[in-house]
Write a protein that binds this ligand. Sequence first.
Ligand code: ZN
Length: 454
Amino acid sequence: MTDNLRIWLSNPLAIYTGNDEDASGGIVVSGKAIVELVAKGETPVNIDQTIDVSDQVLIPGLINTHHHFYQTLTRALPAALNKELFPWLQTLYPVWANLDPEIHRAATKLALAELLLSGCTTASDHHYLFPANLTDAIDHQIEIGREMGVRMAMTRGSMSLGQDQGGLPPNTVVQTEDEILQDSERLVSRYHDREPYSMSQIALAPCSPFSVTTELMRDTASLAKQLNVRLHTHLAETIDEENFCERSFGMRTVDYLESVGWLSSNTWLAHGIHFNDEEIARLGKAGVGVCHCPSSNMMLASGIAKVKELEAAGSPVGLGVDGSASNDCSNMIQEVRQAMYIQRLRYGSSAVTHFDAYRWGTKGSAQVLGRDDIGELAVGKAADLALFKLDEPRFSGAHDPLAALLLCGAHRAEAVMVNGEWRVKAGELVGQDIERIMHEHKEAANTLAARAIS
Ligand code: ZN
């Protein structure tokens, strides 16, 4: 615990603050917050501890705005390889239906460990599988997040439209609307902390148009309004989904979103790829946020989100690693790099800089989550930060350190602080045994795969 010690992270090799302030001399943190930015050549006063970071790049802690922790268990699963979204989901739903508490805990722990080690300080998860023995899945996630010290933005996912009703998921993994809404309310009252520097928040998150009923979308929007929490879902990820919406509801995805009361600045969408210009204008005007998931979109060949148009229209844009079965990793700094490259394919390399990519992974992601206390290195913001050393062969000879972090492919942070506490030091998790986490996770993944075969 740093208490109220004033700690100066001095003279970083390079710094990205997310604003125009000069912090070349580093930053001072105290308690949970950043209390001072130090200009070039300056020395702050009343410092209790100075940490020389002159061989490290300093950035705000990365913020992941869309994930499915449990999918770390089905990475590179042979049966699901080389498929597009719908057949990929139909292959995996029956495997995921066998989740149990122990397996789910192992997945959550591994996902959070991997995120932390890649410089991520705030993690969102979209959990929507609640078999009878796993109705407290999100309680587990919050508990493990607290233990590991990650800022948690959990979303209470849901599926209510089984195959019998024309949906995509098997009937065994869907819940009734009453069960979903009651549990959503329970989770918000138990875990949704609205205070500055909050470490746990809950949003409501029906899975997608093809896995929940229209009534559930509408009722969830009403409940979110009543409880004053945010809304999240997958939208416009694939052309298959667009066709499903036109066939089932007689409208395109954004019209559907509006029809169920979701076209609001309280909403953020995962993917948001297949929008036309008129739809982008409407989303931007309403302030709907979009979580761009570049690796997943490449892996499933879903398409390339129009993030520049969305931002210009007024939509906050953040990043997400998405579920680790469609990535197949949970590495946040690599995701920032992927975002830069996939967007260059759309807009050209001079139109997408490493600063754009950093913005999406930090301040943009914070806006997507509706938070103004994280995502930037500025006075009063939470002390959430990541430091990277450029001491691997991949960086050798690199000139601009901030560009090199993305261009040369950084993948592991040297140190990570969340809310003023060190959670990664010297490239290792603080107080966690990564070998044990990996061992338990591998066992869990094997158990789940074996259950699917038997
Ligand atoms: Zn997803």
